[in-house]
Design a protein around this ligand. Structure first.
Ligand code: UDP
Length: 484
């Protein structure tokens, strides 16, 4: 067949955690909308996160999107049966076993790739072991980054130049060297792993993961050029990596059904949420959600409840992790805020909520998916980073894009304690600042401009659209050259 007309086949291997699976599912859909056959590999426990979305894709767009189920060897790696998702493993301190269990997929992956001979493997950054397999079966391997370019650059420069060594206390600020903006950090906002390089995950990142990224055919970044042009350029130039900015990938979900079915099933029916939001005026509702894994404590949720109540604002608040309300909810809170607030216990249809015209601001932990979804919806943010690369995303939102205010948390921690509590007064101040003060309107205007830029980027001829075309063309050329 003429190589120009051959339908490319791309295999996508997501890391089994919601925040990694959701954008890679979107990426697969995006490829399929460009006439590429896309196959997602997962294990049986995680399959439900994809099946409905894939069925909808077949129905709505007749897309060539497929699912391939591998066997997960939990027991062999010392994990309880059915522990195929990172959430359980992280909660129970089983990260090394979980990493090993995933690595045990390598044999199945090699056999599968050998059999189907696809044109490319798109893999999560957390799967460095895929590098060797891609080389063996001779296909290009692309690493998918569900993080901002700014955080990639900032983290790498901090890792290499160690500017935190120039300060003598956790409160003294330092700047990140060599980047285009003057961005101030304090030491406590930086992952201790970057400073001490001691724990399992950081050792893995520093050694195998970084190396495997460096050795890949290139990287896909879930961001768009106009959002962080300085850092997109900086990344390409300084890091010497082929990079395609194809985001925001969540924008491939156009219908309500598609938006609801990406990832975990929502705990509240979308109609209920939307009807409630429809009853509200424009830009008055706060949406509060801390993503899929951040462990906000019960006392902290209690403070948030009191801040919400005394602010008198309308809100939708997503609460996970608690068995019963007494742990975190002030007595009588829901009666007192009836009509003003909606609590979703579990999983919310986030993209759908953020896009509603009633949403005025987003209180977010600054996970990259959430941050980008907030930007894409044109919503200003109260930033509440906790760990991972969230403190960098906060700086992007507050200091570079200037579409958010920080709630003031300054300590990176996988397990926040009562010492890290943000008091109700500080929370209320941030809620008022993002909705009432003069600066709030400016932030809203800027956020709306970014939203428009995001939609332009993914539209035909836009920067993300063109980068995806370049990626697909590159894979075609690779195929042609391989056959010569
Ligand atoms: N999400 C959602 N409903 C929820 C919580 C999270 O749809 O109730 C989605 C959210 O839209 C985002 C992802 O889960 O796509 C969370 O990823 P993010 O990078 O923001 O945070 P993480 O979970 O990694 O901390």
């Amino acid at each position: 067949m003429d190589p120009q007309h051959h339908q490319l086949h791309v295999i996508l291997l997501p890391f089994p955690a919601p925040d990694h699976m959701i954008p890679l599912l979107d990426m697969a859909r995006l490829l399929a909308t460009r006439n590429v056959k896309a196959t997602i590999i997962t294990t049986s426990v995680n399959a439900s996160a994809f099946t409905k979305a894939i069925e909808t894709s077949h129905k709505v767009g007749n897309l060539n999107l497929n699912l391939e189920i591998f066997k997960f060897s939990a027991e062999e790696a010392g994990l309880p049966e059915g522990c195929d998702n990172a959430e359980f493993a992280m909660k129970h301190g089983l990260a090394p076993q979980f990493v090993q269990a995933n690595q045990l997929l390598s044999e199945q992956l090699e056999q599968y790739l050998d059999k189907v001979q696809p044109d490319c493997l798109v893999t999560d950054i957390l799967f460095p072991w895929t590098a060797e397999i891609a080389t063996k079966v001779d296909i290009p391997r692309i690493v998918f980054y569900a993080v901002s370019c700014f955080s990639l650059c900032a983290q790498e420069l901090i890792r290499v130049h160690e500017p935190f060594k120039d300060v003598s206390s956790d409160d003294e600020t330092f700047s990140i060297p060599l980047i285009p903006h003057e961005i101030k950090f304090v030491r406590s906002q930086i992952s201790p792993n970057l400073i001490n390089n001691k724990d399992f995950i950081s050792k893995l990142i520093d050694s195998k993961i970084k190396k495997s990224g460096d050795e890949s055919y290139g990287v896909i970044v879930n961001s768009f050029y106009e959002l962080e042009p300085d850092y997109a350029d900086f990344f390409k130039k300084e890091m010497g990596r082929k990079a395609w900015h194809v985001g925001p990938v969540s924008l491939c979900n156009r219908s309500t059904e598609e938006k609801v079915l990406r990832g975990i099933s929502a705990s509240m029916n979308e109609h209920e949420c939307l009807t409630w939001l429809d009853s509200k005026k424009s830009v008055v509702v706060l949406y509060i959600c801390f993503g899929s894994i951040v462990p906000i404590t019960a006392p902290q949720f209690y403070e948030i409840a009191l801040a919400l109540e005394s602010s008198g604002k309308d809100f939708i608040w997503v609460v996970r992790n608690f068995e019963n309300d007494e742990e975190w909810l002030p007595p009588g809170f829901e009666q007192r805020t009836q009509g003003k607030g909606l609590i979703i216990r579990g999983w919310a249809p986030q993209v759908l909520i953020l896009e509603h015209k009633a949403i005025g601001a987003f209180v977010t932990h600054c996970g990259w998916n959430s941050t980008l979804e907030g930007i894409t919806a044109g919503v200003p943010m109260v930033t509440w980073p906790v760990f991972a690369e969230q403190f960098y995303n906060e700086k992007l939102v507050t200091d570079i894009l200037k579409i958010g205010v920080s709630v003031g948390l300054k300590k990176w921690s996988r397990m926040p304690s009562s010492d890290d509590l943000i008091q109700r007064e500080a929370i209320e101040t941030a809620l008022r600042e993002i909705t009432e003060r003069d600066a709030a309107e400016d932030m809203r205007q800027r956020a709306k401009q970014l939203k428009d830029m995001a939609w332009k980027a993914v539209a035909e001829g836009g920067s993300s659209y063109s980068d995806l075309s370049a990626l697909i063309d590159g894979l075609r050329s690779y195929r042609t050259q391989k056959r010569v």
